[in-house]
Design a protein around this ligand. Structure first.
Ligand code: NOJ
Length: 549
């Protein structure tokens, strides 16, 4: 690892600004609110902050629809606030990473406004315009990720434009070198201000298969994920921009396999530092995420093993359980009732002892849980609202739909941060844009900071360990007890010794293999969520313990 690879030793904390901390009483989190909490984040021990989009936007998809890449949305403050945030973060030795959303813009972006004016407008080719099929249907049968067709007909010019996401998020045309240059200029604008890198939104969607053919059952993903020119575009971006700065990059990449990931993250290819895989997040659904099933732990273990071993010594992994698109992990793979604290810590151990850069999503360090709002009207997310409408028409019952929303809806992650037990969890003095989870009286940062056994201090300890023990960053991964349905056990084998990690994903006491029992005998415990019962053949419910071999 060289100095330029600081991101290999870093832990990243994701901030979803809208839900983090409101200082002006409009019910929406803002940049001054983030500044106010920098000392809290420093106390946690993270190294890098990733900000979900704060750019000027009509907020159709909470800022992932950008109208002006070089302006801060009034909702969050202004450019001076953002510069002050950067300065205050740097003062505390925290790095700041921006969200880069360049697969699409808002339809209110001036490029799109121009592009829609006429077929010969200089910006026409900044987006993907096509004629309909002979019968007038859209150019392909692709469905958009947020429901309905991925093409929208435009009366003025008689053509369709592509939008993989919402209608108000037209896809940019990366085939156009002028567009690419404009994007690179904009990236330089932010890096020249001193930003420390980018998280790149669905960046493996930027190259589309030029054939524009129909997909099976409307699924266009084989034709827009990991497309023919994606590596070329990323190499060009690296050459023109990234390689000139000391920054980190992480590409969000649905549909990327470990083989793809190797290509994207092998330093020799000069593309990105790491990517976000979706594979482990898709294991509890039957194709469609709303068609959820229980997790089979054996599948999860196999999946992590695949990513940990394929990228070892070649590329680099990112490690995450949570972000603003995923339900809360303690409600998902843990237990948000009796064992909430215990299982939150176990899940933290399981992830943070692996190789890669860990990401903590706001509230994860408190063991925040999913929310069950009574009515659909209390929800805000475009994805779940569209899904409700579409599936209701297809005959799903209201009860089944609400259940799916409780389990998988993105608003689970987006309820405001719970800072204390005062009104609205201390998030705002106004009316929150999305209701606070009613459990804020029990689960909140103030309480966590007063309790030395809190999930917060457990994350703090894990972050510290990563700094102290090189084998966490460098060691090889070896899966143990492969077929066991409840135990996730693995070794990290480093140059100066090994770690053995045992995690119980169930609320029952389970038994470790003889081999493990022998290996851990008399060995020191590095970290555990148990008070006294380590070193036993049995693992207590949701126990997570790490031994130094
Ligand atoms: C992925 C982002 O994480 C998600 O929130 C957004 O809706 C889509 N990309 C579209 O930008």
């Amino acid at each position: 690892m060289n100095n330029q690879e600081w991101w290999k030793k870093s832990v990243v904390y994701q901030i979803y600004p809208k839900s983090f901390n409101d200082t002006n009483g409009d019910g929406i989190g803002d940049i001054p609110g983030i500044i106010e909490k920098l000392d809290y984040l420093k106390e946690l021990g993270v190294d890098v902050l990733w900000l979900s989009p704060v750019y000027d936007s009509p907020q159709e998809d909470n800022g992932y629809d950008i109208r002006n890449y070089r302006q801060v949305d009034d909702l969050f403050g202004n450019m001076e606030d953002l510069e002050r945030l950067l300065e205050e973060a740097h003062k505390r030795d925290l790095k700041l990473v921006m969200d880069l959303v360049v697969n699409h813009t808002s339809d209110e972006h001036p490029w799109f406004v121009e592009s829609s004016k006429s077929k010969d407008n200089p910006y026409r080719d900044y987006y993907i315009w096509k004629d309909g099929k002979e019968n007038g249907e859209p150019p392909t049968n692709w469905n958009s990720v947020f429901g309905g067709p991925a093409w929208e007909y435009d009366e003025t010019t008689g053509q369709y434009y592509l939008h993989i996401f919402a209608k108000k998020q037209p896809d940019l045309n990366w085939e156009n070198p002028n567009l690419r240059e404009d994007v690179y200029d904009m990236m330089k604008f932010w890096l020249d201000k001193g930003m420390d890198g980018f998280r790149m939104d669905v960046i493996n969607f930027i190259s589309k298969d030029p054939e524009y053919q129909d997909g099976e059952n409307g699924d266009g993903s084989p034709y827009f994920m990991n497309g023919p020119r994606v590596h070329e575009f990323l190499q060009e971006m690296n050459q023109e921009v990234l390689s000139n700065y000391d920054v980190m990059t992480v590409g969000e990449m649905p549909g990327a396999s470990p083989e793809d990931a190797k290509r994207y993250t092998d330093p020799e290819n000069e593309e990105l530092n790491m990517i976000f895989t979706f594979e482990h997040m898709d294991l509890d659904s039957n194709g469609d995420k709303w068609n959820w099933t229980d997790l089979n732990l054996v599948d999860l273990k196999e999946n992590f093993e695949k990513w940990q071993t394929s990228l070892h010594g070649v590329g680099w992994n990112s490690l995450y359980w949570n972000n603003h698109d995923q339900p809360r992990i303690v409600s998902r793979f843990g237990d948000d009732g009796e064992y909430r604290v215990k299982s939150a810590k176990m899940l933290a151990i399981c992830l943070h002892m692996m190789q890669g850069t860990p990401y903590i999503y706001q509230g994860e360090e408190l063991g925040m849980t999913n929310v069950n709002f009574e009515t659909l009207e209390e929800y805000r997310d475009i994805e779940l609202l569209n899904m409700y409408k579409e599936k209701k028409e297809k005959g799903w019952s209201h009860e089944d739909l609400m259940k799916a929303i409780y389990v998988k809806g993105r608003d689970n992650a987006r309820t405001p941060m719970q800072w204390n037990d005062k009104e609205n969890g201390g998030f705002t003095n106004g009316t929150p844009w999305l209701q606070v989870n009613p459990n804020y009286r029990e689960i909140n940062a103030e309480r966590a900071l007063e309790d030395k056994n809190s999930v917060f201090y457990f994350y703090q300890q894990l972050i510290r360990l990563r700094k102290e023990m090189d084998m966490i960053t460098d060691g090889r991964f070896e899966l143990l007890m492969r077929e066991d349905p409840n135990v996730f056990a693995y070794k990290r084998v480093g140059d100066e010794g090994s770690l053995l990690v045992v995690c119980n994903f169930s609320s029952e006491e389970v038994t470790l293999d003889d081999g493990i029992v022998k290996e851990i005998e008399g060995k020191p415990v590095v970290i555990t969520n148990e008070t006294e019962s380590t070193h036993r053949r049995g693992l207590a419910p949701f126990e997570g313990t790490v031994y130094r071999l």
